[in-house]
Design a protein around this ligand. Structure first.
Ligand SMILES: [Zn+2]
Length: 417
């Protein structure tokens, strides 16, 4: 008897025993049984708890979960699988045993560590990968790994990736079919950059709204108020910073400085909101159920949700990006001022949301531009940092960039402006 024939699963059975109005013509009730196979969940954080619980209650029987965090007391308000006595224990292990004790007949295999600890053979065993990760780096890694695993002669090597993410009252869920649809890397420019801004940029020419806020809080506040410490929780202080940032932004013709941006930048935190997590996790698991059973067509391919100004969702097809460094195969063009020094070029790259690098090593076909290490190579290439781009590369020349944060090597065609 299949697990879902028992009374515990009567609602699920009801969904699966009737064909959805948009399901494929050859939808067959028996297919419902195949969906109880391997599935993988990533992250047992805010999204992880929700995803794990939803998958278990949707009838997935064999779930693997990876998380590298331990339980902190501040998690307890929303990560409902954890209790005060669990503080300090690995999230993956505690979440797995809690859900197994409540939902009978399923197996959850926890792993306490990083997703990067596992290799392609490990990921090959699963049918669906669901990510509720909060780190851009980890999501880029799993995305690049799954794209790389696709072997056109082996259809089963293509693992649908369901990616869910939240940021305060906003969130998104998406279905990525590696190599076929737009991938995580294709949409990296939709993220807000998180890299630190050099003080000189703040002091001289701000380029982004966040620069203006940082200018006001890092440089202007201490100049005006001397020894008074900026209190991020004092609305009067935040208001003052906001007003200064707004003035500066207007001076440099930059739009986008708002009170809530100011708050976000100076607090440098993204609040986790339980309801957003629940909604996004539900959407992800709904997609997993549809992919696994074929009961209805799955999301094509991006759903965004906003809950701060009423409740709004929008679904659209995010398109593959030409020259995506992961799922495309061409180097992308990059405009470079020939008068920039290599250091300036690197600083600007670091600010690019679609690049997101921290410690790049750069080479061209004919020369080593800059090496982070080993020490001899770093020493040998460091003088290049003050040289001008026009003296280091030719117009149209390709630069290959590797970085600890990049799961692949990025190729850029230098186009002199
Ligand atoms: Zn891509």
């Amino acid at each position: 008897m299949a697990i879902i024939d028992t009374p515990q699963w009567k609602y699920l059975n009801r969904i699966l025993s009737r064909k959805g109005p948009f399901a494929d013509d050859d939808y067959d009730n028996e297919m419902q049984k195949t969906f109880l196979e391997h599935t993988k969940v990533f992250g047992a954080g805010g999204l992880g708890c929700e995803i794990l619980k939803n998958l278990a209650l949707s009838g997935f029987k064999d779930i693997h979960v990876i998380d590298m965090d331990t339980i902190d007391v501040s998690n307890l308000n929303r990560q409902f699988l954890f209790r005060a006595s669990d503080v300090g224990k690995p999230k993956a292990t505690v979440a797995a045993s809690f859900v197994m004790s409540r939902v009978k007949g399923i197996t959850i295999t926890p792993y306490y560590g990083a997703i990067q600890d596992k290799d392609q053979d490990y990921y090959m065993q699963f049918k669906i990968i669901i990510c509720g990760l909060d780190s851009v780096e980890a999501r880029r890694w799993i995305n690049a790994t799954l794209v790389d695993m696709v072997d056109i002669n082996r259809p089963e090597s293509l693992k649908p990736l369901i990616d869910g993410g939240t940021e305060g009252f906003k969130g998104q869920s998406r279905v990525i079919l590696p190599t076929l649809s737009s991938c995580y890397e294709c949409s990296l420019d939709m993220l807000t950059p998180q890299t630190a801004v050099p003080i000189c940029t703040l002091a001289t020419i701000p380029r982004q709204p966040a620069h203006c806020v940082e200018w006001a809080s890092i440089l202007e506040w201490p100049r005006i108020f001397k020894d008074k410490k900026l209190d991020n929780d004092d609305p009067g202080h935040v208001q003052w910073i906001y007003e200064q940032a707004l003035k500066r932004a207007q001076e440099f013709n930059i739009s986008g400085v708002t009170y809530s941006l100011t708050q976000g930048v100076i607090k440098n935190i993204i609040p986790a909101i339980a309801s957003t997590n629940a909604i996004i996790a539900a959407s992800c698991c709904n997609e997993a159920l549809k992919i696994a059973t074929g009961a209805n067509p799955f999301l094509n391919n991006y759903m965004m949700y906003t809950g701060d100004e009423s409740v709004y969702t929008h679904t659209f097809e995010h398109e593959k990006k030409d020259g995506c460094p992961v799922c495309g195969d061409l180097a992308s063009d990059y405009m470079v001022n020939p008068e920039w020094t290599l250091q300036e070029f690197i600083d600007r790259l670091k600010e690019k949301p679609e690049v997101q690098i921290k410690k790049p090593t750069m080479v061209t076909e004919r020369r080593k531009l800059y090496y982070q290490g080993p020490p001899q190579l770093n020493e040998q290439t460091r003088p290049n940092l003050v040289k001008k781009m026009k003296d280091l590369v030719d117009n149209g020349e390709e630069i290959a960039i590797t970085d600890p944060g990049l799961p692949f090597s990025l190729r850029l065609n230098v186009i002199f402006s």
